[in-house]
Design a protein around this ligand. Structure first.
Ligand SMILES: [Zn+2]
Length: 408
């Protein structure tokens, strides 16, 4: 019996594992495909992530308005945390001394940390970019700080995420091609430095840096704005450095949706088939479906959590503004096709009342629902790919989901 299992396992590995080799703790297998869409499984030090995956955003080590237990009960496989915020407060040194981010926040499943670059470019005051580092002032107390390709690696090593991101330069949109090119080229130079530092972790050269999670993986980030030739050059250079996975950065920054889809399709196709592909900071539910169709495996976005706190709810018939007067005596659940605690238990009328009364529970219940909707969408996508009906899922999804609020 034992022998048969072992044989079965090796046969399975032989047929399914297409791996960018890495540490023993990292693997990505593609289980099935539908066109360019992939149903996969990402193996990380703290567990397995079923892909395509959505990562709830836990900016400061918490998903706003809900407990970490609730995130687990929603069955999220992986959490995203923000390096910049945790570096500024309470500090990555402190988190390392407390046993790393998993222990600190009470989450035993995988965590991905961004590099802090995006926040530095969007939040920090008096920012100055040099070849060596980004120098800026803390958005909290004005304290002078800097982030270099190397220190971004060190900070994420102390935090102990399962996946660390390289420091990239995130330009705004629109941007002239020459500026997009300069940012892309700098990101490439920083990628080489970040990878060199990452490979030095655990050796004498980085002896002072705590490694909170052995086997951490590192993803490179492709930049280049909406210029496809720059994206090609960025892919070639980033893949030449070599990472466990690859992210597409610099999208969802205001460009038209059709442009974003074109860049995603073009860039995803150019990336290595065997490595996971992560589209950063995107998007609406239909953006997820359309990006999966173009070959993306991982997503993060603040939309479900932020919109929940503003009373904007994602449902199977489209977006709902719960503050709308029409829900004042509406006894129906928010979304009759949703099995979350909020939809199983409360009426639209009650959710509207909580929101208008400014009750904290409104943010909690709305967040539970919106995250469940996003995670359900990903479960639906994964099943559809696995059962060979992704195209019909995609059509049905667009038929019932509307980008516009259904009550506006
Ligand atoms: Zn629900």
């Amino acid at each position: 019996m034992k022998k048969r299992n072992a044989t079965a396992r090796s046969r399975r590995e032989g047929s399914h594992y297409r791996l960018s080799a890495v540490s023993a703790r990292f693997a990505f297998e593609i289980l099935s495909r539908a066109g360019r869409a992939r149903r996969g499984r990402l193996h990380l030090p703290h567990g397995v992530v079923e892909t395509p995956a959505f990562m709830p955003v836990g900016t400061r080590g918490a998903v706003k308005a809900i407990t970490i237990d609730a995130v687990r009960d929603l069955d999220a496989d992986i959490l995203l945390a923000n390096t910049y915020h945790l570096h500024v407060r309470p500090g990555d040194d402190r988190i390392a001394r407390l046993g790393g981010l998993h222990a600190f926040v009470g989450w035993s499943r995988p965590i991905l940390t961004d590099s802090g670059g995006y926040q530095v470019f969007s939040l920090a005051a008096r920012r100055r970019v040099t070849e060596d580092a980004v120098v800026f002032q803390s958005h909290l107390d004005g304290q002078p700080l800097s982030l270099s390709p190397e220190s971004a690696v060190d900070i994420q090593s102390r935090l102990g995420s399962d996946v660390a991101m390289i420091l990239d330069e995130c330009p705004s949109w629109p941007i002239p091609q020459t500026d997009a090119e300069a940012a892309m080229e700098r990101t490439l130079r920083w990628a080489r430095r970040g990878r060199a530092r990452f490979e030095a972790l655990g050796t004498a050269a980085a002896a002072a840096v705590t490694v909170s999670t052995p086997g951490q993986a590192q993803f490179g980030i492709v930049q280049g704005g909406t210029f496809l030739d720059l994206r090609d050059r960025s892919v070639a250079g980033t893949v030449a450095v070599g990472f466990e996975g690859y992210a597409i950065g610099g999208l969802s920054v205001g460009e038209p949706t059709a442009t974003m889809y074109d860049v995603v399709a073009h860039t995803a196709q150019a990336l290595p088939e065997a490595a996971p592909r992560y589209l950063m900071g995107t998007g609406t539910p239909d953006d997820l479906v359309e990006s999966v169709a173009r070959g993306i495996d991982m997503f993060d976005c603040v939309l479900p959590t932020r919109n929940a706190r503003n009373g904007q709810l994602f449902t199977n018939v489209g977006r709902i503004n719960i503050k709308n007067a029409r829900y004042g005596e509406d006894q129906r659940p928010l979304d009759r096709d949703c099995a979350c605690y909020t939809c199983r238990t409360f009426s639209r009328a009650y959710l509207r009342h909580l929101f208008l009364a400014g009750e904290i529970a409104a943010a909690t219940l709305n967040t539970l629902h919106n995250l469940n909707f996003y995670l359900d969408t990903m479960r639906g996508i994964r099943d559809a790919i696995a059962f060979g009906r992704f195209e019909s899922f995609r059509i049905a999804f667009h038929q019932r989901w509307s980008r516009q609020a259904v009550d506006s």
